[in-house]
Design a protein around this ligand. Structure first.
Ligand code: SF4
Length: 267
């Protein structure tokens, strides 16, 4: 049976009460520690015995997350090599150009060859190339619905939502709290659009297209009186027809990491 290398497979089996009895602050930290070999399943008293037995032989130790993502990339590249780009381009909202697939991401063309190699006029990152190849392989071609939902309301989003808030929404809120001009810059740099801010009664709403059929809506609420500012990242309700939840997570958090890098350079 395949080894478990994704902490969320363990997290799903936990009571998610963050009780701290395992001497870690929360269940997510415990899941990650188990994958790294720093904790054993036995240290959480609330995992069912049957789950413990079933999981015990499937836990692989992932020392280096980025190396593991590189391994994911190789598997995806080999799967892309079996795809007929000429018929797949249209349902993906992409183009078939000189034997390659041209996929727009944040307003820039990314070219994918038949070996799954990704090139672009701008720098490519693993956080982007993994969801991009995954999109080519898994997308159903379904059209965008225009109905936005937060990450936690995606079908498989619940268990990963605390980490999405921690790694995606909180850092982006902090960034906009200190640099409210940034959203305007992001619009021009990444072909974003001002969105209808009356939809969620936000002060600012910005939509971006990291993949042609996987748009992202960022809504920001200014602080008011005693109320702190707030920020949510929304996805079209059809997002899981194109990507699995791990790739949606990677896309959202990767975007935020890129914005942080840009903000640091500009400050
Ligand atoms: S003991 Fe179990 S339930 Fe409590 S925080 Fe640790 S992993 Fe979560």
């Amino acid at each position: 049976m395949a080894k478990i290398t994704n902490p969320f497979e363990i997290y799903r089996l936990l009571p998610q009460t963050n009780c701290g009895e395992c001497a870690l602050p929360n269940c997510l930290a415990f899941s990650a520690a188990v994958i790294k070999g720093q904790k054993s399943l036995a240290e959480c008293p609330y995992i069912k015995s049957a789950d413990k037995e079933q999981l015990a032989n499937r836990i692989g130790i992932r020392e280096d997350f980025s190396r593991a993502r590189g391994e994911d990339l190789k598997i995806l590249q080999s799967r892309v090599s079996n795809i007929d780009f000429s018929t797949k381009a249209e349902p993906l909202g992409a183009k078939f150009v000189s034997g390659k697939l041209a996929v727009k991401s944040l307003g820039k063309d990314f070219f994918i060859d038949t070996n799954g190699n990704v090139t672009s006029e701008c720098h490519t990152h693993v956080w982007m190339t993994v969801p991009l190849l995954s999109y080519i392989i898994h997308s159903s071609g379904e059209n965008i619905t225009g109905r936005w939902v937060p990450f936690r309301e995606l079908k498989d989003g619940g268990p990963m939502n605390p980490l999405f808030v921690q790694r995606g929404e909180k850092p982006l809120k902090k960034l906009l709290d200190s640099n409210s001009e940034l959203l305007g810059d992001l619009i021009s740099m990444f072909s974003g659009e001002r969105a209808d801010n009356s939809l969620f009664s936000s002060d600012i709403a910005l939509s971006l297209y990291p993949l042609p059929k996987v748009p992202v809506l960022i809504c920001y609420w200014n602080p008011e009186g005693d109320m702190d500012s707030d920020l949510n990242i929304f996805f079209d309700v059809s997002a899981e027809k194109h990507l699995n939840i791990e790739s949606i997570f990677s896309l959202g958090v990767g975007l935020v990491m890129m914005f942080e890098k840009i903000a640091r350079k500009h400050s």
